[in-house]
Structures are given as structure tokens and as C-alpha cells.
Design a protein around this ligand. Structure first.
Ligand SMILES: CC(C)(COP(=O)([O-])OP(=O)([O-])OC[C@H]1O[C@@H](n2cnc3c(N)ncnc32)[C@H](O)[C@@H]1OP(=O)([O-])[O-])[C@@H](O)C(=O)NCCC(=O)NCCSC(=O)C[C@@](C)(O)CC(=O)[O-]
Ligand SMILES: NC(=O)C1=CN([C@@H]2O[C@H](COP(=O)(O)OP(=O)(O)OC[C@H]3O[C@@H](n4cnc5c(N)ncnc54)[C@H](OP(=O)(O)O)[C@@H]3O)[C@@H](O)[C@H]2O)C=CC1
Length: 346
């Protein structure tokens, strides 16, 4: 009943995917049991191992650096001069305000925060960035963008609207813009693991982990020409949580952008400081697949089901932090297993 017309058409059944749980995950002085839907053996086990290491270390701290879903339409003008003129016009505070009023009128929660442009000949690409409450926000931002474009066209009659999405958003494709400017929630998480825990739980040393992280996640990814892939496999954790919690799974592309950094720390340099920076986590706790019962139950497990009545947007932000922290907890076994147990694990 909730599926047809909302989540799928021509429905012929459903595909059961096993759901495991990893935890307790200690994040910002709270504990979470994280549901992960996957068919890849060892994914949950290894995440659990990371949880154990970090549990003994006092857990992870995280912060939301930026919150804004984007839609990037393309319009065409008769000349590059006219395309540039509109870009410059939109950059003036009073004109941004005019467009913002139109955009914000389309939703109780979507609020235009930023509007940037890029000219390619007589093509003008715009990037509307908006907070979207607890929703991931693609429908909401698309609605606001459509109405804003109509207003721009009312003022500049020769604007030809080519596509509501000009791939400048960028949604569901690899793109440097999301890595550089962020999309959805931008999160950073950090923790320090004492040498004793590294030795006992992970059976390795801070020195070996730092060395391997540089060689693999930094130099290796640089040599491969990676965009946002400075990690072992954030995509595994992002996707498993997205399936379990009713996210738009195709958004695992930008959502998995992540750089993992490791340094030796402490008086003897044998403790390990780690951070994970994920600039484009696209999640919501309202709308899309979050309305389905099993997915809503998984959100409930994390204490972020539905809309936050106190602070709209805080449930979605908390979910983004959990996604980042879960990969964070997983990143230590990822790197340590890369040196020896990768084949045994698969
Ligand atoms: C919604 C439609 C298909 C309507 O399309 P329409 O042409 O207005 O529909 P129609 O009523 O004229 O029917 C035409 C045919 O479509 C099919 N059809 C039509 N409706 C149904 C239905 N309910 N259930 C099953 N089949 C349906 C069906 O085959 C039907 O033929 P008929 O059977 O009548 O001879 C169309 O408007 C459409 O394709 N919209 C796009 C929706 C979409 O793709 N949304 C995904 C989100 S986009 C995204 O995720 C990525 C993005 C956009 O961000 C990436 C980017 O940046 O580019
Ligand atoms: N259209 C597109 O181009 C694309 C669509 N999608 C799909 O879009 C869907 C997600 O779109 P999204 O915009 O997130 O969801 P919805 O389209 O479901 O929009 C959210 C709705 O919930 C309402 N709402 C109630 N409480 C809240 C709250 N606290 N915070 C935010 N909204 C609230 C909003 O109100 P109000 O009406 O006041 O805004 C709005 O009507 C997914 O199914 C996804 O797969 C994915 C990619 C592209």
C-alpha cells in the first residue's frame, strides 16, 4: 500500500537482503547499534571489530561542517555576454534575496542558502543549495529550482531553460564539485586509539597503520587519479546503511567521498590519531524509502526516525554523523586487514 505510487511501480514482490548489526558504536558520548543490509560476508564482522577497538578508546567525536542539498540546472542565452550578465546579476545580494523568496515559498523546510553560477560559452549552469529539514531533499530542491528558474526567465526573457538538472548538481555521478564544495551533509569525525588497543585488538602498530594509510589511501589513490576516494571502501558501509534505512542507494556515489588521515600521536608516538572527512553524505529521515516499515524500524533503532519535532534537520544530520562514524570505526580494520587478512576475509 505504501509502496505503489510512492516507492515503486509494477510491483511484483520484494528482495530480502540480510540485515546485520554493528555496535555498540560510541559517537559523541552516545551509543548506537547500527543496522547494515548487505550480502557481503565479513562486512558486519569487521565493522564490529572496529567498534571494539574504538569502544576501548573512548569513541569518536564528529561535527557537521555544512548542510545543503543542491540542484544544478542548465540554461542557454543568445550570447556568452548575456549568460555572464545573469551570473553577475545573481551574485548581487538584493537579487539573490528576490530569488530566495521565490524558492523558499515552495516548501516549509527548504531554504535557499547559496546560489552560484558557472559559464561555458553561452551556457549558464546554476547551483542552488538549500537546507531541506530532515528530508534528503532532491524533490524539494528541484521544486524550488523550477520556480526560481521561472522567475529568472520572467526577468530575463531570452533565458532558454534546457534542463532542470544540467549535471552541475551533481546527482548520482562522480564529480569533483561534490568533493570540493560538498553536497548534503559534510561531516568530519576523529578519535585517538591508544597503542595498547592497537596491539591487543588490531594486532598491529600505529607506525604500520600510518605507513600503510599513506601508501594505499593517499599515494595509491593519487596515482589512480581518484576523486574523493582516499579511503579503503567507505562505499561498503554507506551502501549497507543506505539499504537498511531507506535512503536513495544510487546516491552512494558522492556519499562515499572520504579522506582518511592517520598520524602517530601520544608521548611515545605509538598511539594513533585518525580522522575521516566526508563532504557529501546525502541522507534523509523523511520521504523516499524511509516511509517503509522495515526501513523506518532501522531508523528507529538509531533514534532518528521521521521528522525531528524540536529542530527540523537534526535527525538527518545525526544520521549523516552515524554514517561517517561507522565508516570511521571500520577504517582501522580496513587498513590493518589490507596488509594481510583481506583474502581471508572474503
Ligand atoms: C512518471 C513518468 C513515467 C510519466 O510519464 P508520461 O509519459 O507522462 O506517462 P503517460 O501517462 O503518458 O504513460 C506513458 C507510459 O509510461 C509508463 N507509465 C506511466 N506511468 C506509469 C506508472 N504509474 N506505472 C507504470 N508505468 C507507467 C507506461 O508504460 C505508459 O504507457 P501505457 O501503459 O499507458 O501505454 C515520467 O514523467 C517520468 O519518467 N518522469 C521522471 C521520473 C524519474 O525518473 N524520477 C527519478 C528521479 S530523477 C533522479 O533520481 C536523478 C537525477 C534527475 O537527479 C539525475 C540528474 O541530475 O540528471
Ligand atoms: N526529483 C528528482 O530529481 C529526484 C528525486 N529523488 C527521489 O526524491 C525522494 C526524496 O526527495 P525529498 O525531497 O527528500 O523527499 P519528499 O519529496 O518526500 O519531500 C519531503 C516532504 O516531507 C515534508 N516534510 C515534513 N516534515 C519535514 C521535515 N522535518 N523536514 C523536511 N521535510 C519535511 C516536506 O514538506 P514541504 O512540502 O513543506 O517541503 C515535503 O513535502 C526520494 O524518493 C529520491 O529517490 C532522487 C533524486 C532526484
Amino acid at each position: 500500500m505504501q509502496v505503489s505510487g510512492a516507492c515503486c511501480e509494477n510491483v511484483l514482490g520484494y528482495m530480502p537482503v540480510p540485515v546485520g548489526v554493528a555496535g555498540p558504536l560510541r559517537l559523541d558520548d552516545q551509543e548506537f547499534q547500527v543496522p547494515m543490509a548487505t550480502t557481503e560476508g565479513c562486512l558486519v564482522a569487521s565493522t564490529n571489530r572496529g567498534c571494539r577497538a574504538l569502544q576501548a578508546s573512548g569513541g569518536v567525536k564528529s561535527v557537521i561542517l555544512n548542510d545543503g542539498m543542491t540542484r544544478g540546472p542548465v540554461v542557454r542565452l543568445p550570447s556568452a555576454m548575456e549568460a555572464s550578465n545573469i551570473k553577475l546579476w545573481l551574485e548581487k545580494a538584493e537579487n539573490f534575496q528576490k530569488i530566495k523568496e521565490v524558492f523558499d515559498s515552495t516548501s516549509r523546510f527548504a531554504r535557499l542558502e547559496k546560489l552560484t553560477g558557472c559559464v561555458a560559452g553561452r551556457h549558464l549552469f546554476l547551483r542552488f543549495q538549500s537546507v531541506t529539514g530532515d528530508a534528503m531533499g532532491m524533490n524539494m530542491v528541484s521544486k524550488g529550482t523550477e520556480k526560481s528558474l521561472a522567475e529568472i526567465q520572467r526577468i530575463f526573457h531570452n533565458v532558454e531553460i534546457l534542463s532542470l538538472s544540467g549535471n552541475y548538481c551533481t546527482d548520482k555521478k562522480v564529480a569533483a564539485i561534490n568533493w570540493l564544495q560538498g553536497r548534503g551533509k559534510s561531516v568530519v569525525a576523529e578519535a585517538t586509539i591508544p597503542a595498547s588497543v592497537i596491539q591487543r585488538v588490531l594486532k598491529t602498530s600505529a607506525e604500520a597503520l600510518v605507513d600503510l594509510n599513506i601508501s594505499k589511501n593517499l599515494v595509491g589513490s593519487a596515482m589512480a587519479g581518484s576523486i574523493g576516494g582516499f579511503n579503503a571502501h567507505a562505499a561498503n558501509i554507506v551502501t549497507a546503511i543506505y539499504i537498511a534505512t531507506g535512503q536513495d542507494v544510487a546516491q552512494n556515489i558522492a556519499s562515499s567521498n572520504c579522506i582518511t588521515l592517520m598520524e602517530r600521536s601520544g608521548a611515545h608516538g605509538d598511539d594513533l590519531y585518525i580522522s575521516c572527512t566526508m563532504p557529501s553524505i546525502e541522507v534523509g529521515t523523511v520521504g523516499g524509502g524511509t516511509v517503509l516499515h522495515p526501513q523506518a524500524s532501522c531508523l528507529q533503532m538509531l533514534g532518528v526516525k521521521g521528522a525531528s519535532s524540536e529542530t527540523p534537520g537534526s535527525n538527518a544530520c545525526q544520521l549523516a554523523k552515524i554514517v561517517c562514524a561507522t565508516y570511521f570505526w571500520r577504517t582501522v580494520p580496513d587498513v590493518s586487514s589490507s596488509s594481510g587478512t583481506l583474502v581471508r576475509a572474503t
